[in-house]
Design a protein around this ligand. Structure first.
Ligand SMILES: [Zn+2]
Ligand SMILES: [Zn+2]
Ligand SMILES: [Zn+2]
Ligand SMILES: [Zn+2]
Length: 124
């Protein structure tokens, strides 16, 4: 089987098309971006996902600045990915999702649910 290589869009390293991360820069989206909610392929110029309609620019939970929905904040560089708490799943999920796209379980711990909508105030 011939190996087909394609450059990582972030660092330009040629990597195998079947890889789902770049060994050079560590990106989980070496061949392009996909919607964190529905998996539709998206472009950075888009404001909303053409499939599910979610916003593709969100406020970073770390620095509060607007950033594209990729695995790291464009402004502060911190991770925007959380891991599904379901022990048998453990899928990487975008931080603002309320349900795991892999197993369908809630991504908000019971203890956090109450303060979920108040969090903005506490960040001051
Ligand atoms: Zn790369
Ligand atoms: Zn979508
Ligand atoms: Zn940030
Ligand atoms: Zn899950």
């Amino acid at each position: 089987m011939a190996t087909y290589k394609q450059p990582c869009i972030h660092c330009g390293t040629f990597i195998e098309r079947s890889s789902n991360f770049c060994p050079k820069c560590g990106s989980n989206s070496p061949f392009g971006y996909s919607c964190p909610s529905c998996g539709q392929s998206i472009e950075k110029e888009q404001k909303r996902c053409s499939s599910c309609g979610r916003d593709l620019y969100v406020n970073c939970p770390h620095c509060g600045k607007l950033t594209f929905v990729q695995e790291k904040c464009e402004v502060c560089g911190k991770s925007l990915i959380k891991i599904c708490g379901n022990r048998r799943c453990g899928a990487e999920q975008f931080f603002d999702l309320v349900k795991c796209t892999a197993c369908g379980k809630s991504l908000i711990p019971e203890t956090e649910k109450k303060g979920f909508f108040k969090r903005k105030k506490q960040d001051d």
